[in-house]
Design a protein around this ligand. Structure first.
Ligand SMILES: Nc1ncnc2c1ncn2[C@@H]1O[C@H](COP(=O)(O)OP(=O)(O)OP(=O)(O)O)[C@@H](O)[C@H]1O
Ligand SMILES: [Mg+2]
Length: 421
């Protein structure tokens, strides 16, 4: 059965801002020591004021990054309905409650806090094929320690080449977490694939709470409809909880550092990753770094020598690397694009050749897992998607505009050149 509806959850509504400052005797930063990473600022006692240039502002958050890249990769004839669902606080008492919003290209904006409205505007500005959907959850009302939207500011140095990143955490209450989880499960009804990425928000869990930050993703997965698959990119305990739960993700992405962390969380680190020594697993783990991607399909890695049994897909060489920030998110998006909508002409070729070769009665290949994305053998679909994801990562890192410069033509061209070689 083809995947028709994809829902990407963003639990951290974020505005990313990149500022640039110059070294200046009076107003700028005073010194940058690249070796220690120490940046010294002048204080304001003698009237020094930082005067950053605002380089760019866009909607951030790990899931939003995945949605943005996926939006660039989907071509017009790609049919799945992909939604990016973001959870916002309600407007505070006062005039913001009276604001009336219309639709923008059929997408209803929702009254929220000023920051919430800002993030909604940033999200719709960059999405064409992925549909933004804004869910206001009353329990997210900002009070006490709650921080339900954020602005992440990256200060880059004109001369030094370094940068300084401010990335506030999203902080919820127990009540807010329970409400968002219920809403998320409700929104996902009828969806074939749910995508989650990044660390979940934090909150001080009630001592006897069923839902904690640690098991937030795992509990969402457990409550989704039985046929709904999940693709997740998260780390440590958040991931581990998902892998030992009753219902597990179909795909789990992580970089190799996160993979090592996961292995340490397993039983003593010397058996398999989780599940009390049980290695059979109804999904696929993918670990990646600058050297490429390692894939364990249908079986969890053996903690003693995990990489020897994985299938390895080397990273694609590039002439110049501009930035590797967001390469993992781009890779996740690339994988999803090819898994959900296989690149057209090669798909047809593959289907044709399969039909030619298969004896009658064997047209439908038995699947060990539900929901084959296309009519190719699952292993082939998986390999194609991993190769495609490596192409997208290569295009992202070798692009002056990083993930913002990814375009489907360049990716498809590189994919067709390289696939099957
Ligand atoms: N230095 C590099 N050289 C070649 N390829 C790279 C390099 N860095 C990243 N890549 C490509 O990007 C993919 C994902 O990168 P990486 O593993 O660094 O992601 P990540 O740590 O999850 O990043 P993020 O979370 O910031 O998006 C790699 O599998 C590889 O294809
Ligand atoms: Mg990552």
């Amino acid at each position: 059965m083809a995947i028709q509806r994809v829902t990407i959850f963003e639990f951290a509504p974020t505005a990313d801002e990149i500022w640039r400052i110059s070294q200046h005797d009076r107003d700028g930063y005073a010194r940058y020591d690249a070796e220690s990473g120490l940046l010294s600022f002048l204080d304001t006692a003698h009237d020094a004021k930082q005067r950053p240039e605002i380089v760019t502002t866009y909607a951030g958050g790990k899931a939003t990054n995945v949605a943005r890249v996926l939006d660039r990769l989907l071509v017009d004839e790609d049919k799945p309905c992909v939604e990016l669902v973001t959870f916002f606080p309600p407007p505070p008492r006062g005039p913001l409650q009276e604001l009336e919003f219309g639709d923008v290209r059929g997408i209803p904006l929702r009254p929220s806090t000023a920051a919430g409205i800002y993030v909604q505007c940033l999200q719709i500005a960059e999405l064409r094929k992925v549909r933004a959907r804004f869910e206001v959850v009353n329990e997210l009302e900002e009070s006490g320690k709650m921080q339900t939207t954020r602005r992440c500011i990256e200060i880059t140095l004109r001369e030094g080449g370094g940068s300084l990143n401010f990335s506030p955490r999203i902080v919820w209450s127990q009540r807010a977490a329970d409400a968002v989880k219920s809403r998320a499960v409700e929104v996902a009804c009828g969806t074939d694939l749910v995508v989650m990425a990044g660390a979940p928000p934090m909150w001080e869990a009630d001592p006897r709470a069923y839902l904690t930050s640690r098991n937030f993703y795992a509990k969402i997965i457990e409550d989704l409809e039985p046929g709904c698959q999940v693709s997740i990119d998260t780390r440590g305990r958040y991931l581990h909880e998902c892998l030992i739960a009753q219902k597990t993700p179909r795909f789990a992405f992580m970089n190799t550092e996160e993979f090592s962390e996961l292995m340490k969380l397993s039983h003593g680190g010397d058996t398999c990753v989780a599940r009390n020594g049980e290695r059979a697993f109804p999904g696929t783990l993918l670990a990646h770094d600058q050297h490429g991607c390692w894939v364990w399909d249908g079986e969890l890695p053996d903690g003693r020598d995990p990489f020897s049994e994985a299938e390895h897909f080397p990273s694609i060489p590039v002439r110049r690397i501009y930035s590797t920030i967001g390469a993992g998110d781009a890779m996740h998006a690339g994988f999803l694009k090819e898994w959900v909508c296989p690149t057209q002409d090669t798909r047809h070729k593959a289907q044709d050749s399969r039909q030619e070769q298969k004896p009658p009665g064997l047209e439908s290949i038995p699947c060990s897992k539900p929901y084959a994305p296309c009519s190719m053998p699952l292993e082939q679909c998986l390999r194609r998607a991993v190769f495609y994801s490596q192409v997208v990562a290569a295009v992202a890192i070798s692009n002056e505009k990083a993930t913002h410069g990814i375009d489907s033509r360049t990716v498809e061209c590189k994919f067709r050149q390289g696939w099957g070689k």
